[in-house]
Design a protein around this ligand. Structure first.
Ligand code: C5P
Length: 321
């Protein structure tokens, strides 16, 4: 019995990349309690590593092991939701090596959930239609659908309505990771108190030129005038040291430095990886990471390489052989 189960065991290691928000505007609070967003999301090279073991079984058993203590791991919820969708029993064991800090605005948990949604169908020998994957992803969290797409994408609604952008050239940057854990829910609540508009327009005029800039493939250095993060105001009020860090990145020559998501991580782009590395030396007291942007093609190529044994090459989302 044990041997038979072992024979059905499929295992794979997949990456789970982080995101940054190249711009993030919060229009206002909606009737459903969420906030209406206009944001541009970008996958970057920083990633967690996820090992997944899948064994067919009459019952659903999902377990998660992680180097950080996480209550109610979203990766486990993603696995259960997917097995439920497929009407499958299985034993799924997930091991997560976290490198993306939590509560930093880098989408680590959402990315882990999307990684499970992408990998499990291939391991199970099943195909899930993209629309169904998107639905499952959106039910797990507002940022989860983006990680099914990767690269550079415009996100509307609560962040789940996605429009992939053409790929800008690879850019290099420095990510600063202060020891400040931000609860997304609390950050939205604090921001809400500052929102004065009662009838926000769904169109933001200064947002459109950014779409053009990105669409035309202009380099990141030309984006500054169009990029902002509405959470900076509330987070910088609470933690003035974050504003000081952003200013230091700009003084070091970063053409675009911003906080990502609801904080607290900050990124600064630089003209070369060397400039980013030299700037990192100015922050000896902080945890930092050098990164490059990860375009959609590379994002998908990394994934399909990992799933080679289980999925058809060059089909997205990964489809079972
Ligand atoms: O969708 P997700 O579970 O990631 O969101 C976490 C919390 O952040 C929500 O419960 C909500 O309070 C807040 N949120 C919001 N508007 C959004 C996204 C998230 O108010 N567009």
């Amino acid at each position: 019995m044990k041997l038979a189960r072992q024979a059905g065991l499929h295992r794979v290691r997949v990456p789970s990349f982080a995101k940054i928000n190249l711009t993030l505007k919060v229009l206002g609070k909606r009737g459903d309690g969420y906030h209406e967003l206009r944001t541009v999301l970008q996958t970057i090279s920083l990633a967690d590593a996820i090992d997944i073991e899948y064994t067919p079984s009459p019952r659903v058993e999902v377990s998660v092991e992680c180097n950080l203590a996480i209550e109610d791991n979203i990766a486990a919820r993603a696995a259960r939701a997917l097995l439920d969708e497929l009407g499958l029993g299985a034993r799924v064991h997930i091991r997560i090596q976290k490198r993306i800090p939590m509560g930093a605005g880098l989408g680590g948990g959402s990315s882990n959930a999307a990684a499970i949604l992408l990998a499990l169908p291939a391991l199970a020998g099943k195909v899930v239609a993209p629309a169904d994957l998107l639905r499952l992803a959106a039910a797990l969290g507002s940022d989860v659908p983006f990680f099914l797409v990767g690269g550079t994408a415009l996100a509307l609604g609560r962040g789940e309505e996605l429009y992939p952008f053409p790929e800008p050239a690879t850019s290099y940057g420095l990510l600063l990771l202060p020891e400040i854990h931000v609860s997304t829910r609390e950050a939205y609540a604090a921001l809400s108190r500052n929102l004065t508009e009662t009838d926000p327009s769904r169109i933001i005029n200064d947002f459109q030129p950014l779409g053009w800039q990105i669409g035309e493939g202009f380099p990141v250095s030309t984006w500054r005038g169009f990029c902002q993060n509405d959470f900076e105001e509330v987070l910088f009020q609470r933690h003035p040291q974050l504003l000081a860090l952003k200013e230091k990145l700009i003084r070091a020559g970063s053409p675009l430095a911003l906080m990502t998501g609801s904080g607290s991580a900050l990124f600064g782009f630089f003209h070369s990886p060397e400039q980013a590395k030299n700037t990192a030396r100015l922050f000896p007291e902080l945890r930092w990471v050098l990164f490059r942007t990860l375009g959609r093609e590379r994002y998908r190529a990394r994934w399909l390489k990992c799933l080679r044994a289980f999925a058809w090459e060059n089909r997205w989302p990964p489809q079972s052989r």
